[in-house]
Structure formats: structure tokens, C-alpha cells
Design a protein around this ligand. Structure first.
Ligand code: ADP
Ligand code: MG
Length: 586
């Protein structure tokens, strides 16, 4: 496009330009001769409102605006894994090396390295018929990620040639005879971020996505391809949980979006992740991770782009048949960006000043999650994209419009409570208010593949904890001595559940991650203790003697038992039995 527009107004991240009649909604434009990237978000005859992804300070009326004629796209291909991008997929390392500044304006840097050569191994051969989503071949992007090169959606036909060997992402690796002529295939695909990538169909999620966090896996599990949200007040542990998930969740590819939060939190990730080792493969966790950083010191409008950039990258790996997990911290900062832009556009505000379309945007973001049958003509392939967003409502108030809009679409609610965080109970996920709507979906899988009585133990533990909260009121009024033996046993067991099972320190070398086997054994031991104690109470054992049992120390130390020793947890049951028989003798 040759015609350029002219700025008529600059209002923070919003720029209005005239002479834009050739452009379309959501086209990318470059603002001023500094070439600041922006996106058209409102078009009225020849007047375009543009949200600019870089600081607009110093930009003024009369300066030019250059249309690109294209929507905001991401580059998809080898080199994405281990990258750290900003909201518009600029590689931050490279920008930093070139300019010494992460937030330099108007810098363009290719998302994928153009010089690096990758060893491409073909999967199909000359003469094969292929269509969108089919694998042409792969490169070993990292030790743990085979990066499949797929036919882009919409292209199909006979393979006229296919290469093998070392190539850059721009070299031709295959030629496909498409209906409109021959298409040179490279290892790069481009995809407009606001458009979900296609798949054949969605399947109801039926497998748990194990996180190694006991309160989550045992009480409020998320399914593979599921959605969850973590609302909570400042300091309640949202970021720590998101980091824990990014580290330990049982997914093959992780996309982590740091959206509008403090920069030092991203630094923590950058310093920590390379050192951490994936429990399954034994290699650094960065080798399966993509980071998108749009921290609080970066331009507000780019938060919007960062969310879409992240989810599109996640969909791309899902399309290869991987289980992908995406974390966004915090979606409230994204919503605030929408509110700011909407205000500048002078749109009719909805609740709390958020735009009326807030709910629709949040819904369409989470709807990109799912367990899917991948687009592919030649093979059966399934992929999963799980999405977990944190929400930071002012004062932790759950009536906040962002929380409410999110709860309408997600299926898991991990309710972080300030009260728990103040008392140093971490993760501060409420066992009374949280929920997971995946229990029935995953029941079959869990009872067949993990343990038959997994959900029975869960139900019993939740019952004890609920009963505890009822009893607390009575204890406050009349004291604990007024309670019956069985009720005191409920309090004792609930305390064990809270302190010895739910409480989990993210920073402890062993406790940071609990395998599902370990979680089961721990829970099984506590419930075993409860049932035995209940039996002995009926034989007139003294509740005080039970409260003072030595075996309780062993139970309290279960969480620190290392992965290779978890058999030791089973032995605690024998000690429970021994100590109970000695109580009865006395
Ligand atoms: P938020 O993101 O909700 O503002 P953070 O995730 O930054 O809160 O957590 C605040 C602090 O709470 C952390 O710096 C840490 O000290 C503590 N914390 C949170 N979760 C845990 C955990 N699982 N284990 C240990 N400490 C935790
Ligand atoms: Mg935080």
C-alpha cells in the first residue's frame, strides 16, 4: 500500500489517523517515521483509531501512518521454544543485545532466527497427497521437542518435491501442487493472532492434567485441555502458583504470558527455569517453554497483543498433537488495557468502566482451550490446550467484572484467600470455596489408571474439612472440651489434612512437587489414621491419647519423603496400628 495516513489525534496509547479508507479493521499499521507498531481497532470511513503497541510519547498530529494491509500475525516455526518474546513477538534477548534496551521503540527484529540452520527430516515423500495440518517432516528443536513442520491450513495437493538436510526457516523444504499453482513450503507459517487456528472437532476433556500440587490434583483437578482461573488479592500467591504450574505441570509445551505484572517476576522465571530439570526427561525446563513478557513497565496496549500472541503459539504446538499448557498472569492487567483503550475511544462503559465486550473477549480467549482432533487428512492426531489465567481483582473482591466474566467460562476455580496467605497457609487455595467441574469427566480415567478409591478419599477428606468449619463456630463459643470424641477427631484430622497434606511449600526442594502416587499414599495414610482412630474411639480409647500419638510426627513428615522412598509412606500404616494397640493396652 502506498497511501499513508495522517495523525489527527494522540491520546496515550491511542492514535487517530485520517486518510485510512484502504485499511481494514485489525490491520497492522506503522505510526510515524519511528515505525511504531499498532493495530486498527475502530474504522469510521477514512478515520482509523489505532492502538499502538509502543510508547507514543513525542508522536504528534500531522505525522504519517503507514498501513501494512495485514492483520497482526505471529511467525510459527523452529526457534520458538526457549524464546522470550514481548507482546508483539519481538525476541527480547535480541533486542537487548542490539539496543541495550528491552523497550526500545520502533525496533523490528524477526521472531525466528533467519540464519540458524535446522536439520529437517522429511516424513512424507514425493507424490504423496497432503492437506492442511499434515506433517511434512520435523526438526529436533530441543532434546524434548520434536517440532513438526505442517502444511499450513488451506493448502492441499500433491508433493512435487521434498528436501532433507540443513535449512534455515526461509529455505524451501518442499513444493506442493496447490489448486492455484505450485507452493514453496518453508519452515515458517504466519497466522493472524485474533483468529483461532482450525481443528477438526473438540472432544470432552477426560484426562487429568497433573500439576504436582496436592490441593489441585487431589481436590480441584484441571483436565487436559481444560480451563482454570486463579483469582485472589495481592500477595495471595497467584504468581507463585502460575510459576509452579509452568514448572511442574504434566504438559509437553508451556507458554507463559507475563501480562502487566512486575518485571522482576519475569526475571525470576528467566533465572530459575534454565536451572530446573523436568522430572520426566531430566533436561532443563526451558527446553519446553516459551515466555511472553509484557511487564508493567511496557506499553499498556501490547498486553492485548501478548495474550493473543501467546495463545496462537500455544495452538500451533497443539496442532502438532502436543499437550500444551498456557498460563497468563494476570488477565486483569489485560482487561485494564481494554478498559483504558475503550475509555480513549469514548465507548459506552459497562461495569466498573470496563467495555461492554469484556465478557465476550474473555470468553473467546478461554474458548481457544480444549482437547481437539487435529487438522490432518492423513493421520489421527489429538492435541490439547489447557489455559490457566490468574485474575487480580482490587481487594480480592470476587464480584469484580473480570472475575465474574472469567468464572462464567472456566471450569475450575482455585479461590485464593488473603486470610490463608496471612496465616502462611500456602498454596492459599480455599478448600471450601474452590471447585472443579472436571471430576465427573476424569473419574473413569483416574479410577482405572491411578486408584480405584481416589475420589472416595477425596470425598471423605472434603467432608472432614467441611465438618471442621461447622465445628469451628461451636469451638469459638464453648471451647474444644465441650465437643464429643468423634468431633474432636474431626478437628484433629482436618488439621492433619491442612498442615500435612494441603500445605505445600513451593520453595522446598522435595515438597515443591508431589507425584500423583505420593499424593495418593499421603491422603490414604491420613484417612487410614482417621478410620482407625474412629474405631478405637468406639472401643473407649481416650481422644487425648489419640491427639498425643507419636505417629502424628511421621505423618507430618510424609511430604518430605523423596520420590524414590515413597514406599516408606505405606509403612506408616503399620506404625499407626502398633501405636493404637499400645494405647488400648494402657
Ligand atoms: P500474588 O501474585 O497473588 O500477588 P505472589 O505469588 O507474588 O502473590 O505470592 C506472594 C508471596 O507469598 C510469595 O512471595 C511467597 O513468599 C508466598 N507464597 C505464595 N505461595 C507460596 C507457596 N506455595 N509456598 C511458599 N510461599 C508462597
Ligand atoms: Mg502476582
Amino acid at each position: 500500500m502506498s497511501n499513508s495516513g495522517k495523525i489527527v489525534k494522540v491520546a496515550g496509547p491511542l492514535v487517530v489517523s485520517e486518510n485510512m479508507s484502504g485499511s481494514k479493521m485489525f490491520d497492522v499499521v506503522y505510526v510515524s517515521d519511528k515505525k511504531l507498531m499498532g493495530e486498527i481497532i475502530e474504522l469510521n470511513k477514512d478515520l482509523a483509531s489505532i492502538q499502538v503497541y509502543e510508547e507514543t510519547a513525542g508522536i504528534g498530529v500531522g505525522e504519517p501512518v503507514y498501513p501494512s494491509g495485514e492483520p497482526l500475525t505471529v511467525e510459527l516455526g523452529p526457534g520458538i521454544i526457549q524464546s522470550i518474546y514481548d507482546g508483539i513477538q519481538r525476541p527480547l534477548n535480541e533486542i537487548y543485545e542490539n539496543t541495550g534496551d528491552f523497550i526500545a521503540r520502533g525496533v523490528s527484529a524477526a521472531a525466528l532466527n533467519r540464519k540458524r540452520k535446522w536439520r529437517f527430516e522429511p516424513i512424507i515423500k514425493k507424490g504423496d497427497m497432503v492437506s492442511g495440518g499434515d506433517f511434512l517432516g520435523f526438526v529436533n528443536e530441543t532434546e524434548i521437542i520434536k517440532h513438526y513442520i505442517m502444511v499450513p491450513p488451506g493448502i492441499s495437493g500433491e508433493v512435487k518435491s521434498i528436501q532433507s538436510g540443513e535449512f534455515t526457516v526461509e529455505d524451501t523444504i518442499a513444493v506442493i501442487k496447490n489448486k492455484d499453482g505450485d507452493r514453496q513450503m518453508t519452515m515458517i507459517q504466519r497466522w493472524p493472532v485474533r483468529k483461532p487456528r482450525p481443528y477438526l472437532y473438540k472432544i470432552s476433556p477426560n484426562m487429568p492434567l497433573v500439576t504436582g500440587q496436592r490441593v489441585i490434583d487431589m481436590f480441584f483437578p484441571i483436565a487436559k485441555g481444560g480451563t482454570a482461573c486463579i483469582p485472589g488479592p495481592f500477595g495471595s500467591g497467584k504468581t507463585v502458583i502460575q510459576h509452579q504450574l509452568a514448572k511442574w505441570i504434566n504438559a509437553e509445551v508451556i507458554v507463559y504470558i507475563g501480562c502487566g505484572e512486575r518485571g522482576n517476576e519475569m526475571t525470576d522465571v528467566l533465572l530459575e527455569f534454565p536451572k530446573l530439570v523436568d522430572p520426566k526427561s531430566g533436561v532443563s525446563l526451558m527446553k519446553r517453554t516459551v515466555l511472553i513478557a509484557n511487564t508493567s513497565n511496557m506499553p499498556v496496549a501490547a498486553r492485548d497483543a501478548s495474550v493473543y500472541t501467546g495463545i496462537t503459539i500455544a495452538e500451533y504446538f497443539r496442532d502438532m498433537g502436543y499437550s500444551v499448557a498456557l498460563m497468563a498472569d494476570s488477565t486483569s492487567r489485560w482487561a485494564e488495557a481494554m478498559r483504558e483503550i475503550s475509555g480513549r475511544l469514548e465507548e459506552m462503559p459497562g461495569e466498573e468502566g470496563y467495555p461492554a465486550y469484556l465478557g465476550a473477549r474473555i470468553a473467546s480467549f478461554y474458548e481457544r482451550a480444549g482437547m481437539i482432533k487435529c487438522l490432518s487428512g492423513s493421520e489421527q492426531r489429538f492435541g490439547a490446550l489447557s489455559v490457566i489465567g490468574s485474575v487480580s481483582p482490587p481487594g480480592g473482591d470476587l464480584s469484580d467484572p473480570v472475575v465474574q466474566a472469567t468464572l462464567r467460562v472456566v471450569k475450575v476455580f482455585w479461590s485464593l484467600e488473603g486470610r490463608l496467605a496471612y496465616s502462611r497457609h500456602f498454596p492459599a487455595i480455599s478448600w471450601l470455596n474452590s471447585y472443579s467441574l472436571y471430576i465427573d469427566n476424569i473419574r473413569d480415567y483416574v479410577t482405572k489408571n491411578i486408584k480405584e478409591d481416589y475420589f472416595d478419599l477425596r470425598a471423605e477428606a472434603l467432608r472432614i474439612l467441611e465438618k471442621e468449619s461447622e465445628l469451628e463456630e461451636i469451638v469459638r463459643l464453648v471451647g474444644v472440651d465441650a465437643l464429643s470424641g468423634p468431633d474432636r477427631l474431626i478437628l484433629l484430622t482436618a488439621r492433619m489434612l491442612r498442615e500435612d497434606f494441603l500445605h505445600q511449600i513451593a520453595y522446598h526442594e522435595v515438597d515443591t512437587y508431589s507425584s500423583i502416587e505420593k499424593q495418593y499414599k499421603m491422603m490414604n495414610t491420613i484417612i487410614y489414621f482417621y478410620n482407625q482412630a474412629f474405631g478405637y474411639l468406639r472401643l473407649n480409647a481416650d481422644i487425648k491419647a489419640i491427639e498425643n500419638m507419636r505417629v502424628r510426627d511421621e505423618i507430618a513428615r510424609m511430604k518430605y519423603i523423596k520420590k524414590d522412598d515413597i514406599g516408606k509412606i505405606d509403612k506408616i500404616k503399620e506404625d499407626i496400628d502398633k501405636e493404637f494397640s499400645s494405647i488400648i493396652e494402657e
